[in-house]
Every structure is written in structure tokens, then in C-alpha cells.
Design a protein around this ligand. Sequence first.
Ligand code: 5GP
Ligand code: MN
Length: 332
Amino acid sequence: MQPIQEVLPLLQTPRKIFITTHHKPDGDAVGSILALHHYLTAKGHKVTPVVTSEIPDFLMWLDGADDVLNFETQAEQVEKCLANAELIFCLDFNHFSRTKFLEAQLNASTQPKVLIDHHLFPADVWNYGVSNTAKSSTCEMVYDFINQCGDNHLINKSIAECIYTGTMTDTGSFRFPVTTPAVHLMVADLLGKGLNHSKVHEEVYDSWSEKRMQFLGYVLLEKMEIFPQYKAGLISLSRKDLKLFDVTTGDLEGLVNYPTSIANIRFATMITERADEMKLSFRSKGDFDVNDFARKYFNGGGHFNASGGRSTSSFIDTVTYFKQILSDIHPR
Ligand code: 5GP
Ligand code: MN
């Protein structure tokens, strides 16, 4: 992969650009593709932002969210745009399989591909790009990219809101260790460009339905198990649990973090039964490497303190297997 600066000559003339991100997009995924979309559009390019599953409701207020194509419902349009694109930007993921439905098309595509990402161990499939695990978020990296292009003056309120949203959600509201001085300097700059940070926090965190709040109560009371001997907590949610409160994927955002708010709990896991597989989310505080854990046991990956994985076993078997691993490895 050549450094991202090497792609700049290709951007000197207007291009058709395809931008995508990982399946089940989160704040950083949606924030980064929209920020880059607005920036490249301002530079005169024809940009198509694409997701492979629905954008959660708490992000739909972001400028441009309505323009994003969803492969699940607009496959034909997406395939046409991909075929016509001259350049493909991949944001916030490190392996084509993370897009789920676009993996085969991205593998088959011959256009130059550009990576902007902060996950560990990117696949060797991109022509240009930047992969930096020390960065708080892909949104911060899009900010860096715009600055590298000498275009800080093009960052307007919309772009600032997108960048702030992804950085805020990926850093747990600026509390995780990846929140460097550079992040705070960036936020200061974004505030100067019209960002209303209180509005973003309200849109993202204070937009719950009553049902979702009740669901949280149910989960914490009935579905969370704490294993003090392993400094670990587990939330396991079957499809039946999700149906009880009409829960959508967006409603599960942040749930995995709750066990780590208990004193001495340093490793949290959430197992969710999806239609086709079991989804696992891992979070840790301190020096327990959940990227390694997800890779080793659940065919996944991510970051040192936040990762995900999957299992094709049944829900019950996955929960049992997880508990078996816990007692085998004794995380501390
Ligand atoms: P989440 O639990 O929120 O789905 O994922 C936590 C972090 O790990 C996110 O940064 C996400 O992109 C990443 N992640 C989740 N699942 C996988 C996976 O299967 N492979 C890799 N490489 N990263 C993952
Ligand atoms: Mn991210």
C-alpha cells in the first residue's frame, strides 16, 4: 500500500468516487464516509457513499445521511456506481469481508482502492492509504486527510458535525486512552467552524425511545452476568430478548460497555443472536488484548480494547463456549 499522499495526483481532476464502510455501520463509519463525501464533493468530484446495512436512527440527522445508498435495498444502483467508479475509498475497516455483501465485488474491482482506517492488521489489498492504530477514529483521519490536502478552510459545519460524531462515539465521549492532545486540538478547530457539540451529544445519546430505556433496565437486571474472579462481565441476548422490546441494532449501541463501569471489571462481552450468526462484541480496560481474543476464539478482530467476532454455533452453545474459554484462560 502506497502512502495516501500518492493518491493526491489522481484527485487533481474530477473523478467518480465510491466510498464505503463496514457492515452495520457505527458513528465513526457513517461520520467518516459522510465527512469525506462532503469534502470530495466540494472539490468537484462525483461521490457515492454506500453502506451495506441500514444507518441507525441516531445517526440519520447527519447532513447527507439520506443520500447514502444501502446495498441491502439498492443493490442494483450500488453495483452500477461501483462499476462506473474511478476510485474506491474504504473507511473504518481493514478487510473486504467486513463489508459483508460487497466483499466479492471489491475483490473483483480493478479501480485503485484507498484505505483510511485505524484497525489492527489491515489486509494487503489497497493501492493507497493510511492505517494508523494510534488514531482515535477514522473520522480523525479524514480530518487529517483534508488538512494534508491543504483544505482545512473547506471544513464547514456539516463536515465538522460528521467528524465530531465519529470521534465522540469511537472514544466513548473522549474518555478512552486514544483521546490524544491532537483530538482535543481538532475539536477546538471544529468548534471554530460552527460545530455545536451539545447538539451532537443530544442527537446521539439523548434520543432514546421509552422502550429502549426499558430494554436497558431489563438487560442490566436479567441478562448481565458478572464473573468477579475473571474481572469479566457478559451480556447475552437471544432473538427472543430482542423481540420483547422491538429492539433494532442501533438500540444495542454502547450496551457492551456497561459491565466495565463496575469496579474491578476489565473485560466485557456481549453475545447477540442474529438471523444468520452469533455476533460478539468485546471491550476491555487496561492491558487485556481483546483484538487477540477475538481473533483467537471468534474469527474476528478490531482494536486492543474494542473488538468483535462471530460464531456459527447456536446461541446457547456460543454462550457455553465463551464461559468455557473464560474459565480456561482466567483473564485478569
Ligand atoms: P463492535 O463490537 O462495535 O461491533 O466492534 C468493535 C470494534 O471492532 C469496531 O471498531 C469494529 O469495527 C471492530 N470489529 C468488529 N468485528 C470485527 C471483525 O470481525 N473483524 C475485525 N477486524 N474488526 C471487527
Ligand atoms: Mn472506527
